[in-house]
Ligand binder design. Structure first.
Ligand SMILES: Cc1cc2nc3c(=O)[nH]c(=O)nc-3n(C[C@H](O)[C@H](O)[C@H](O)COP(=O)(O)OP(=O)(O)OC[C@H]3O[C@@H](n4cnc5c(N)ncnc54)[C@H](O)[C@@H]3O)c2cc1C
Length: 453
């Protein structure tokens, strides 16, 4: 008889596990309380990237005069943008539901709770409950925005990231609290739509933890667009004023804007799931997992953001596929263990930022000898043709073996171009493998080959 896998949560982790396990002959039941496709994925990642794409198109029109075209100021149509965001979200969700159903996955709408080592109870929106038996259970319930106790979002002026889309109004001015990936993407997004933006940066650098050279390019871009950076400041309270908000920082600095948005991370959706009751080990609400995504109870798995590893859709999907593999007895044939240190990630600002593998600062801290080569995009014909020469490619390799250990890219299409370095890092390729690839001309990728020389 086929094994039965019950998956709680239909985000990237749950969907990838479901389709992959179904293909391997597992009977799969997927329980989703909200939107198939995933809350963080379809309510955060996709709308934010859609708005950033529209903002990018607006700033592109402002560069047209440099391309031999007449400059025309684009204006945003909030209603059309909202329809676009909803349309993309609905299409992705319905395509995913259709794919799952076509593969024989049973989708149940409702909120799931684990009631025993092999049982799950689902409460449907109409109040009815269903009991499910499972050989294996996968928990991939995602996260939600973290709201500190000193702030009460009101959905009007004091916003969480999820209150920002679809965009009911575009703020005239906004204070963004938090300068991690989400924070800087929101700065870029609102600045692109013409808002006056203030960013509260708790350290001395935006994107703490990232390569300082990369962060500096972004800071320069923000400053050139009139963004006010409050460095070394921690917001401690937000008050409503007659026409907006007043954000007060621990060093006495104040930012008065029409709106404020909190972007200081997320918390896992694990409370009320019944995990403590059956003895699943957790840390700060995140489920502890081994390299096969198993919790301390081996047939109870966790994947995606609840696992407290890298909060990325791509990682969530990969973990989901690894769970499917493990449910049917482990990997068959040649395979690699999931190595979180080799995950590529991108920040969708302007210029885009992407990196993978070992960072220069990390190598320096560990005393590891590395070779760093850096090539600006301005040395490629394509950058000039694009009328955008910002940014660079940096490749980090082992000076003795030539093995590619990591890299960062800042510039147009960085999120796409990083795939080349990501493949090299994952497949233990050498710089000569990139250098000797016959790439397209004219293309920004030529900077990759040059950096590999
Ligand atoms: C603003 C923002 C932008 C982002 N941009 C990117 C990006 O550009 N690239 C990228 O790779 N990642 C991005 N991410 C991160 C990405 O969205 C997450 O890493 C990804 O969605 C995690 O997938 P998941 O499957 O773990 O969870 P989710 O996508 O959150 O899905 C979890 C699902 O579980 C359901 N659920 C929860 N509890 C229950 C329950 N008890 N019963 C039934 N269902 C339940 C939820 O409704 C939800 O649909 C972004 C995140 C944010 C906040």
């Amino acid at each position: 008889m086929n094994k039965r896998l019950v998956i709680i949560g239909g985000g990237p982790a749950g969907n990838a596990a479901a389709t992959s396990a179904a293909r391997k002959g597992v009977e799969v039941v997927l329980v989703e309380r909200d939107i198939v496709g995933g809350a963080a994925h379809l309510l955060d990642c996709v709308p934010s990237k859609t708005m950033i794409a529209t903002g990018g198109a607006m700033s592109f029109t402002n560069q047209l005069s440099g391309m031999g075209l007449e400059k025309r100021d684009a204006e945003v149509d909030v209603e059309a943008l909202t329809t676009r965001i909803e349309g993309i979200k609905d299409k992705l969700s319905s395509d995913m539901s259709a794919l799952l159903t076509s593969q024989g996955v049973t989708i149940i709408r409702g909120t799931a709770k684990i009631t025993g080592q092999h049982s799950v109870e689902v409460s449907a929106p109409d109040g009815t409950t269903t009991q499910l038996e499972a050989d294996d259970i996968l928990v991939c319930t995602g996260t939600r925005p973290r709201i500190p106790e000193w702030v009460k979002p009101d959905g009007e002026r004091i916003l969480t990231t999820r209150d920002c889309y679809p965009p009911r109004v575009f703020p005239e001015s906004i204070t963004v609290i938090g300068s991690g990936v989400t924070g800087v993407e929101f700065v870029h997004m609102f600045a692109s739509f013409g808002a006056k933006v203030t960013l509260v940066v708790s350290r001395q650098q935006v994107l703490p933890g990232k390569d300082p050279e990369v962060a500096a390019v972004l800071e320069d871009d923000f400053l050139s667009r009139g963004v006010r950076l409050l460095k070394g400041a921690r917001a401690t309270s937000i008050e409503r004023t007659e026409n907006g908000v007043k954000v007060i920082c621990d060093d006495g600095r104040v930012s008065e804007t029409t709106h404020a948005v909190i972007a200081i991370g997320s918390i896992p959706n694990t409370e009320g799931l019944g995990l403590e009751e059956i003895g699943v080990e957790m840390d700060g609400g995140y489920i502890n997992i081994n390299r096969h995504c198993q919790s301390n109870i081996e047939h109870i798995y966790a994947a995606g953001d609840v696992s407290g590893k890298l909060p990325l859709s791509s990682v969530a999907s990969m973990q989901g596929r690894k769970v499917a593999e493990q449910v049917v007895g482990g990997p068959k044939g040649p395979h690699r263990h999931l190595d979180y240190d080799k995950a590529a990630s991108a920040i969708f600002t302007e210029p885009e930022i992407a990196d993978v593998g070992l960072a220069e600062a990390e190598a320096f801290a560990s005393g590891r000898k590395i070779r760093v080569t850096k090539v600006p995009f301005s040395s490629t014909a394509k950058a000039l043709i694009n009328n955008d020469s910002r940014g660079f490619v940096k490749i980090i390799s082992d000076p003795a073996t030539g093995e590619v250990l990591g890299g960062s890219i800042v510039g147009r299409h960085a999120a796409e171009l990083i795939s080349v370095i990501a493949l090299a890092v994952t497949a233990n390729l050498k710089v000569t493998d990139i250098e000797e690839s016959l790439l397209v001309h004219p293309a920004l990728a030529e900077a990759l080959a040059e950096a590999a020389e």
